[in-house]
Design a protein around this ligand. Structure first.
Ligand SMILES: [Zn+2]
Length: 177
């Protein structure tokens, strides 16, 4: 089994690029989904997008947690929000910006159109935490991070912590083969 890639951190330019749509759902996409799923589980996150493991393809995995604590994975290819309803402000974090949390306004519910891992068209309806995870991960595919959606005052307060993460991203990049 391939070793788990460390999640790319804020400051890594790959997080600021736009990901390419998937044109063919084949073995390579399956491998991206496997990597995302293992990585998000090891990190204990609620979602991960391909750019966070250095792959500029429109592939995400979101996770819902049931009452028994079981993790259910939803891999989505070329996901798009086709409708959104309501809004909710809640604290949010990101595996690429560890230790930073801030309130972000997101839709209360969304309908996402995508392909599933078999390449079949699906519409996924979600609300609450799962809707938030979908919106957050889809943002990643356009090079957008949750700290872009918080107020400038809050971002200034976080500046020195964000700079520390950017320094780590540079160190990671220089140690990558
Ligand atoms: Zn994120």
């Amino acid at each position: 089994m391939k070793a788990i890639e460390p999640v790319r951190l804020l400051g890594d330019p790959v997080l600021r690029r736009r990901s390419e749509p998937v044109t063919h759902v084949g073995r390579d996409v399956e491998a991206i989904i496997e990597d995302l799923t293992r990585t998000v589980d090891v990190a204990g996150g609620l979602g991960l997008a391909a750019p966070q493991i250095g792959v500029l393809k429109r592939v995400i995995v979101v996770v819902s947690i049931d009452n028994q604590g079981g993790r259910h994975h939803y891999p989505l290819i070329n996901p798009e929000i086709i409708s959104a309803c309501g809004e909710e402000i809640r604290e949010e974090g990101c595996l690429s910006i560890p230790g930073i949390y801030a309130e972000v306004k997101r839709p209360l519910s969304v309908v996402v159109r995508a392909l599933d891992k078999a390449g079949k068209k699906v519409n996924m309806e979600a609300s609450g935490v799962l809707a938030r995870a979908l919106a957050h991960e889809i943002d990643h595919l356009d090079g957008m991070l949750f700290i872009d959606r918080i107020g400038v005052v809050k971002r200034n307060l976080l500046r020195s912590k964000l700079n520390t993460i950017k320094k780590r991203a540079k160190e990671m990049a220089s140690s990558r083969p």
